[in-house]
Design a protein around this ligand. Sequence first.
Ligand SMILES: O=C[C@H](O)COP(=O)(O)O
Length: 267
Amino acid sequence: MDATALTSPASLCTFPDSLYVGVSTKMYMGYARSLEWLEQLVAEVDARPALAAGRVVPFVIPSFPVLPAAAALVAGSPLVLGAQNCGWADGPWTGEVAPSMLAELGVGLVEIGHAERRRHFAEDDAVVALKVGAAVGSGITPLLCVGEAEACAPEAAAEFVFHQIKAAVSGDWAMAARLVIAYEPVWAIGAPEPASAQYVSMVVGALRDALAQHGLSGLPVIYGGSAKPGLLPQLSGVSGLFLGRFAHDAANFGRVLDEAMAQPTGC
Ligand SMILES: O=C[C@H](O)COP(=O)(O)O
């Protein structure tokens, strides 16, 4: 393993209008399959040298045991390494993984509050807030996952996710400025199709209006939930995509990277 990959988190150095294209493997892949797929993903990124300019930020979030090998695989590539979860403190928390250890492994961002964590592991706003604080304290960008349970009026969805964000930072808007938001309507996760582009754009637009009142109009808000190639060019005001199943074919990740690189600046 390349030891230099394990010295510091690959921090998210971004532009004001950065776009993010990322993928989590959740628990779909075994260890060997994860590494094989990661090599394909790195090849997709390497085939696009323009990514080195940094406006489009690619990231990948494999399972915990894969992280050390993944850190070596992505070393020297613009691909930022993420983790799917974290604990909120070092010490007597059997079975958890501290953000400080993730930072040692070269992790640059960590998912917090994914709908599956909230639903299956009873993670509430208080736990999410503890994890956000711990991640920031370790120099890792929280990828805060928010989303309404059922499709509803876009304004109501935006209000719901705004309050999820506020709770995640305990009302500390300076802390919120450290986040990347993954807007993932719960009802669109694991579905055959994503939420409609019009719905997503309206929710994110209304969310941006609410965030702007706290000086956060430029906070990155990406969309996840059955996202696939062809969606990003239809979206307005959205800072990228958080992919799942539809990037198990690494070529689809490359296609979405192309779509992101083709987006005009200031979108
Ligand atoms: O972590 C990724 C999101 O939950 C989306 O997953 P999905 O595209 O498989 O629905």
